[in-house]
Design a protein around this ligand. Sequence first.
Ligand code: ADP
Ligand code: ZN
Ligand code: ZN
Length: 729
Amino acid sequence: MTTILRVAVPGPLRQLFDYLLPAEYAPQSLRPGVRLRVPFGRRAVVGILMAVAEHSELTPQQLRTVSEILDSEPVLSAAMLELIEWAADYYQHPIGECIANALPVLLRQGDAAAANELRWRPTVAGLALPQGALKRAPQQALVLAQLQQDVSLNAEQLRAHGASAATLRAMVAKGLIERFASASTSSPAIESAKEVAPTLTDEQRDVIDAVAPSFGSFNCYLLEGVTGSGKTEVYLRLIEQALARGEQTLVLIPEIGLTPQTLARFQHRLATSIVALHSGFNDSERLQAWRSARSGSAGVLLGTRSAVFAEFDRLGLIIIDEEHDSSYKQQDGFRYSARDIAIKRAADLKIPIMLGSATPSLESLHNALSGRYRHLQLRARAGGAATPLLEVLDIRHAPMRDGLSPRVIEAISATLRRGEQALVFLNRRGFAPTLLCHDCGWIAQCPHCDTRLTVHASARQLRCHHCGYNKSLARICPDCKSPQLEFRGPGTERLEMALHELFNDVPIVRIDRDTTQRKHAMREKIAAIQQEQPCILVGTQMLAKGHHFPAVTLVVMVDIDGALFSADLRGPERMAQVLTQVAGRAGRAEKAGQVLVQTHYPAHPLINDLVHTGYHQFARKLLAERRATAAPPFSYFALLRADARTLAEAEEVLAAVRAQIAAHPVQIFGPLPAPMSRRAGLFRAQLLLNAPQRTLLHRAAHAAVICAEQLAAARRVKWSVDIDPIDFS
Ligand code: ADP
Ligand code: ZN
Ligand code: ZN
């Protein structure tokens, strides 16, 4: 009898491939989830064994033989394989690519899944050492800063950062760093010095008491807690309970939500080793974190989206912080929602999961209000902080200065005089969003996209924020040769300069994608803010993500008018979330906060509702509207996209797909050009499917994918399917 191995190989193919087992292996020793090196076309690739079978549709002559079996133990557990197969089916994505998303890069390339590498990490004393304390030993200061940022490094990585053996010895002697076997189960240093936990508020206690009985069984909780209400404290207490049961916790956080502060806060409170997994880490660090979770040596894994696929020895609890954050949905390739997969995973494993947010997504809110999730609330801020007061500023007729009204300038000035900090929020980076010729009306456009180029003044460039195209800033109009070029509209760079002129005696800290690219930039900026000296923060929504800035008492929203008229279905929801989250940075400590919202439309219902009733009521009203229009979460969407060299080509493919699925009981819109009809040189078209039930939508989307796969014309276009899309651009 022959043994057939059914293998998932990385790549865009929606099928498994059959291989023969080499003669020297006994079939009993093989379990699904082990990695195999197999010949594929003219290459050798690392695939995952999905099943062992006795028959193949191919003849033995057609079958090729596995070249190498890489693992004795599966790298992916049976439960994980099942979860990935479910996700591949749900999101209509090739299984090989789904698996590739679940595995650290080095495992995909064939590295060993377990190891006992010796690594360095900071001790508690090292973590707590204030900046500047190692002033006389700059080399040591550098190494410590690196370890505080990266959590742990191996000898080779430290050498790459310039650490000599003598430096490391000196730091060990001072008790600042230590070596540990990365797969070991103990972490004595972390267990020694613990911060004292605050006494829980009654609301926090109620939440914890409500969740505690469900350890060991599935339950999904939505924790709706206003900004600063102490959600993190709730997470910490629940994690402690999981640890006491000998169980691990997976904590998912948004893409840029993980700061060394978050990590330190967890490390100072929890008697376990905590590992972090996010895109800022290199491949070996990611593999390291993955191994610690899998071996059980780490009690907590703190990670961004892809950490939802991390393996654990005994996972007992999942927490998703800022569950409304759009970074949980992958926007290309395998377009999964980490939040939704996490809920499925918790249900499979029969463990509790908590979704936390001050501004829950309408999906989660609907599930909570309809009783599918248990709804828990924290209505008051913890630690005595007051909820900030929102005030709408009518800026019609106001003499503006680089986007700032006199009232705002006065408020910033008063804040600084009191020795406090102001945060100025504008969701647009660069100097100005438009370069316009005053004499002929010419506007700088991206040659590859259907969008304007943004002026970046200090780099003296025009840049496309969609495709990365850039060119140097012209001094004269290319059309009429006039030198009357105008920078229209504000960006964060422009605000920074304007504020600098207005308030030249305080530091201005700008936080956006342009100023935080350098590796430690974000950390240095946040450290500067946390000195609590008077300063002005300027930034995009990077500022809105969960930071705790105790000295900020004034928040200014420079321009929200664009968001009021967004054509996007989720425009109002997103606007309300960003506004509430940014406002939530104000007055988080003892001092009360003030929030000023500049607008030309003070009577706009979106603003009024939000300001007067708060997100809690506002979101319920949006839900009622969605119900009335049968929009999600009261119906379900799938979006088929096609990108091609001409719009006709893209639309032709989608039209052919539409014809094939016409009999399905779903509504079909399109083919239509995408709202951004051209990006990075390709024309973009869309076909939108909508159905009142998931199963109907799923069947139609599946049929559409099968059709597109078989369509000859589809090979010339880039097509994709997005289930539960959140971005319709
Ligand atoms: P959230 O995550 O809900 O925005 P945090 O967990 O960051 O809120 O808490 C906000 C602040 O309140 C933090 O400084 C935290 O230390 C403090 N805090 C939380 N719970 C309590 C409590 N029970 N007593 C006193 N202070 C608390
Ligand atoms: Zn001109
Ligand atoms: Zn472009």
